[in-house]
Ligand binder design. Structure first.
Ligand code: IPM
Ligand code: SF4
Length: 470
């Protein structure tokens, strides 16, 4: 057989019907993740047609986008920001009960952001096809699973048939060699990559991240990198499974156990791209040149190294973005005044991210002008962080330690910035108004975000970390 890439192997193993000139391929879906925003209409469609869910056991639901991150009220009930949010959640609860779907709801110890809990439970596994009505489903590609976002109509198709119609995407290998410099994180790497290839650089492709710098990343870091594949326009991001993957998954609740585990690992070991496999495109990135990186504009491709000057706008659109952000070309963002700092989202809300932020904050307090929200990606992460005392570090610094959810990443739950406020955010999208009407977003790593909270302006964590060490 001809040499195949990781993507080819995943595609071939799930192909129910190949595509023809006239019809897309039919793919079998191993795991369907659902949340409250993109599922209601899909269930309504099932009801209209009198259809059951084909594989409830392959469907996993959580509440995340519209859920409050404040504690329950005195009656033990969540306090929703709007009727609409409450209705959306209620709808998912009802649909899951009626169609026999596991829901990590309010009473579950496993609730959290969909892209955080899938991996955490071991539901996300190498070799799988995984879909969700959510663009950041690419996160799960960190495990060597073909994982991508789908629309609400497709959510209905998958619920009804456990299959999906797909055009075969092309492959793009991003080789990342060299070592990340001390002080540069996975977030800096992925922002740097998007800056290098552009927000359309991956369009029509599945990205496979490869090379020594990728292999050196932990699973949490790999998830950060795959999470943002979609921000480069890619259909999905992939990393071949290896010992790091297996060490993470072993003994997770839904991971295979005993003999099944050994069999699974033997299969997973066959998934890596063959040595002579061909990609449609290849790009090289030198990890040693990745500095702490931030966005300065209104899409995730408008990135700049923290100490480098913002480039001169090359188009009217870029000029408008700079105006909106109140950013000046020719100057770095260092020193720009900050109103809100958000640590959270499916990009950077895992334990290692919280540790990175806490390392900068330990023994310090926030600048008086800054509001800081720390929102763990899941209840499990919240509990772990508390057992390490990270919550104490955040609270002592003056930050808000909140319940898990998407929160200010998308501001659907009432956590939002005011018009004109500047948010340094560890999330993945800096679109106009995403974190509240008129709010301005600078995407950054947890360390840069935390340092900016202390300084009250965009700041480099290095000097703070050196002081801590001394
Ligand atoms: C609400 C949902 C459909 C959306 C997505 O698809 O990604 C959200 O998660 C986001 O991050 O913008
Ligand atoms: S955390 Fe943000 S990016 Fe992730 S699923 Fe929620 S809204 Fe989307």
């Amino acid at each position: 057989m001809a040499a195949r890439t990781l993507f080819d192997k995943l595609w071939d193993a799930h192909l129910v019907k190949p595509q023809t000139a006239a019809t897309p391929a039919v793919l079998y879906i191993d795991l369907h993740l659902i949340h409250e925003v993109t599922s209601p209409q899909a269930f309504a469609e099932l009801r209209t047609r009198g259809l059951p869910v084909r594989c409830p056991e392959r469907t996993l639901a959580t509440l995340d986008h519209s859920t409050p991150t404040t504690p329950f009220d005195d009656l033990g009930q969540p306090v929703y920001a709007s009727e609409e949010a409450a209705a959306q959640v209620g709808e998912l609860e009802k649909n899951c009960a009626q169609f026999g779907i596991r829901l990590n709801g309010w009473s579950s110890e496993h609730r959290g952001i969909v892209h955080v809990i899938g991996p955490e439970l071991g539901a996300t596994q190498p070799g799988m096809t995984i879909v969700c009505g959510d663009s950041h489903t690419s996160t799960h590609g960190a495990f060597g699973a073909l994982a991508f976002g789908i629309g609400t109509t497709e959510v209905g198709h998958v619920l009804a048939t456990q299959c999906l119609l797909q055009q075969k995407p092309k492959t793009l290998a991003i080789h990342v060699d060299g070592a990340l410099p001390a002080g540069s994180s996975a977030k800096d790497l992925v922002l740097h990559i998007i800056g290098q290839i552009g927000v359309n650089g991956g369009t029509g492709h599945v990205i496979e991240y490869r090379g020594s710098a990728i292999q050196a990343l932990s699973m949490e870091q790999r998830m950060t990198v795959c999470n943002m594949a979609i921000e480069a326009g890619a259909r999905a991001g992939l990393i071949a499974p290896d010992e790091t993957t297996y060490a993470y998954l072993r003994n997770k609740p839904y991971a295979p156990q005993g003999e099944d585990w050994d069999k699974a690992v033997a299969y997973w070991n066959t998934l890596a791209s063959d040595a002579d496999a061909r990609y449609d495109r290849e790009v090289r990135v030198d990890a040693s040149r990745v500095a702490p990186t931030v966005t300065y504009g209104t899409h995730p491709g408008m990135v700049v190294a923290l100490h480098a000057p913002v480039p001169t706008p090359a188009s009217l659109q870029e000029r408008r973005a700079l105006d909106y952000m109140k950013v000046e070309a020719g100057k770095s963002l260092i020193g720009m005044s900050v109103d809100v700092v958000f640590i959270g989202s499916c990009t950077n809300s895992r334990l290692s991210d919280l540790r990175d932020a806490a390392d900068v904050l330990r023994g310090r307090t926030l600048d008086a002008r800054v509001r800081m929200l720390v929102v763990p990606g899941s209840l499990a992460i919240k509990r772990e962080a508390e057992s390490e005392g990270l919550d104490q570090v955040f609270r002592a610094a003056g930050a808000e330690w909140r319940e898990p959810g998407c929160s200010m990443c998308i501001a659907m739950n009432g956590d939002l910035a005011k018009p004109g406020q500047l948010v340094v955010s560890t999330s993945n999208r800096n679109f106009e108004g995403r974190q509240g009407p008129g709010a301005r977003t600078v995407l950054a790593s947890p360390a840069v975000a935390a340092a900016s909270a202390v300084a009250g302006c965009i700041a480099d964590p290095q000097s703070l970390l050196q002081e801590q060490a001394a």
